[in-house]
Design a protein around this ligand. Sequence first.
Ligand SMILES: [Zn+2]
Length: 176
Amino acid sequence: MKVKKPRKRHLLLALLLAWLIAPEWLRVPVQGATARDWNQQSFWFEPWGRSGVHKGIDIFAPKGTPVLAPTYGLVLFRGEIDMGGKVVLMLGPKWRLHYFAHLDDYSALPGQPVLPGGRIGSVGDTGNARGKPPHLHYTILSLLPYPWRWDDSNQGWKKMFYLDPNEALGGAREAP
Ligand SMILES: [Zn+2]
């Protein structure tokens, strides 16, 4: 009797696919922020320090403003790194990673499931944002490549993975 293994594989595949097509219902990850609080063109801005191009958007808000989960998912990591300062990484639907940097503090733990609007931390100026106006750096990274998004801009192949949060948020959709 060797029917068990393929069945398990089917179940795993079904789960992977379900997470791939799960709706995102994306919302602005800073409490009270609207599309006016970030530069609509800041994605892939260059030159941009050591990264070369800016792989996200910067949402400006007073220090301490709550940073809220833009969708549901699982917190994978939180910690302090060189450029990002205090950062949180979460896995959301469609196998996309959501990255939040320059936080003042965090309120989510690795392994913790989060719901849309769940508090992740607060806006700050840690890492290389030190001395600049407090803001949330927000990046969306797809684990699955979108080859048709590859263009001839600087590091353009990385656009297969880095999505424009401005576009993903619908340009002007307002936070609740
Ligand atoms: Zn940034």
